[in-house]
Write a protein that binds this ligand. Sequence first.
Ligand SMILES: NC(=O)c1ccc[n+]([C@@H]2O[C@H](COP(=O)([O-])OP(=O)(O)OC[C@H]3O[C@@H](n4cnc5c(N)ncnc54)[C@H](OP(=O)(O)O)[C@@H]3O)[C@@H](O)[C@H]2O)c1
Length: 232
Amino acid sequence: MHIVIFGANGGTGRLLCRLAVDAGHTAVAVTRHPNDFPLAHERLTVAGADVRDPSSLVEVLGGADAVLSALGVPFSPRRIDTYSVGAANIVAAMRETAVRRLVVVSSTGAYPYPGRIDPPVSLRFIEPVVTRTIGKSTYDDQRRMENIIRSSGLDWTIVRPSGLFDLPEPTKYIAGEVDPVGSYTARIDLADYMRTIVGGPDTVGKTVVVSTIQNTPSMWQMIRREAFRSAS
Ligand SMILES: NC(=O)c1ccc[n+]([C@@H]2O[C@H](COP(=O)([O-])OP(=O)(O)OC[C@H]3O[C@@H](n4cnc5c(N)ncnc54)[C@H](OP(=O)(O)O)[C@@H]3O)[C@@H](O)[C@H]2O)c1
């Protein structure tokens, strides 16, 4: 397959690029900073584009069989709209170029999941506070994004991970239309699942989750690791 990857320069996106080319696909890594993109491979092309600029998207989608999006912006107290504006522009560009398959990352945080698998006590207290305060603008926009994807008429799949952290290799994760969901998702598991489902019909028109249940961090380890990752 020829796969266009949005958010390719992020934690999940770089893993998606690597897994896609390792699986024999050709890929286009889309980033606003093509000169800083760290990966190189004979089957990987790097394209500079901003999802907020619709005129930059049609060209990168030429010849694609599928689109993966792990696009994201940091939490902010100000209004966030990159998820929904980006989704609308990607959907419009896909329609224009007749590309039908779309797999998009959202978040379990955007929806109440009362039945988490083995949630740490800290998460039970922190998650409701985060979703109503610092994360509110993000989750509001991820819900707008999901509505745009669902009404797109494309062959879409929405993938909701939980708190993201990093592991070196994929684990035996839980994924699909499952409930309850876990509290954490390794980016490598998220990328592996997206790479696995993109070529098949099983999850088309579905909203699915990915939960890592092995080697998960404690809440405090994750906050420390993610804070360090953002600062680096
Ligand atoms: N962190 C969590 O715990 C968590 C939990 C659940 C779901 N999620 C979601 O999971 C997804 C992946 O997260 P992640 O931490 O792996 O990603 P990330 O490291 O935050 O990377 C996101 C990438 O999106 C790209 N991007 C942002 N705005 C863009 C724009 N206007 N045009 C083009 N590209 C743009 C950026 O690349 P450039 O700057 O190079 O363009 C960035 O590298 C995100 O959607 C996030 O909301 C996160």
